[in-house]
Design a binder for this molecule. Structure first.
Ligand SMILES: C[S@@+](CC[C@H](N)C(=O)[O-])C[C@H]1O[C@@H](n2cnc3c(N)ncnc32)[C@H](O)[C@@H]1O
Length: 229
């Protein structure tokens, strides 16, 4: 676990939700694509949300799949406390305070695994290991959807992503203090290149691996586990 990541998210938990749209210029398309890919033929799919935070994406999944059993895991107890409030009275939601890179999900299997803006906090080796672990944790026919950040192909594209993000957040109406805190949080990001992430997912066994959406450094990845494996 990276203690700096946990510290940053513990600190922002109470203001996190209200700042999201300002900090993610493509919010609706980005989360909308992730949500549309979170599909299962099961009536009551088991869903795992990695780095669920305040439950933003998990709540969207709940609206789409009212009978799903949703597990939210996050290492920040403060972020998950906000999610507990959001899911108050929902007996089909569970909350796990843990580092998902170390957590043993077995023997549980999931039809849908989602994650948003979290896996980029892991080292590249840990991302590769995580993708293998998630493949094992998926039920046959299950899907993995990762809405996350990517590094540019070149330093020039990274610099462009950063300039655009700073310009768009400055125009969002958010207080400068919120933008500064987000810049500070982003200092611990370990973004990986898009092609590397696709290769690591394929290496882990995922099929139909693809990037289904991209706006600057915001990208939505998809991978499926074959029904017969
Ligand atoms: C930017 S927030 C995203 C929260 C939520 N998924 C969303 O889209 O709003 C990243 C979250 O990932 C969590 N996180 C990062 N690395 C983690 C790890 N290794 N294990 C568990 N949680 C982690 C942080 O604590 C934080 O709550």
């Amino acid at each position: 676990m990276n203690p700096n990541v946990k510290k940053h998210f513990d600190a922002v938990a109470s203001q996190y939700d209200e700042q999201r749209r300002g900090l993610i210029p493509c919010f609706d398309d980005f989360y909308g694509m992730a949500l549309s890919l979170a599909e299962s033929g099961e009536n009551s799919p088991r869903v795992l949300d990695l780095g669920a935070g305040t439950g933003l994406l998990a709540a969207m999944v709940r609206s789409k799949l009212p009978s799903a059993q949703i597990s939210l895991i996050d290492m920040s107890a403060s972020m998950l406390d906000v999610a507990r409030d959001r899911f108050a009275g929902d007996s089909n939601a569970e909350f796990i305070v843990a580092d998902y890179s170390e957590y043993d999900f077995s023997p549980q299997r999931y039809e849908i695994i989602v994650s948003s803006l979290s896996i980029h906090h892991l080292t590249h080796d840990s991302k590769r290991d995580l993708f293998k672990k998630l493949y094992r944790a998926l039920a046959p026919g299950g899907v993995f959807v990762n809405a996350d950040q990517v590094a540019g192909h070149t330093p020039a594209s990274d610099a462009y992503y950063r300039r655009r993000w700073l310009a768009e957040t400055a125009a969002s109406g958010l207080p400068q203090s919120a933008i500064d805190a987000s810049v500070e949080r982003r200092s611990v990001d370990i973004n990986a290149k898009l092609d590397d992430q696709l290769a690591w997912m394929t290496e882990a066994g995922f099929q139909d691996t693809d990037c289904m959406y991209k706006y600057l450094d915001f990208a939505v990845f998809f991978g499926a586990k074959p029904a017969a494996s």
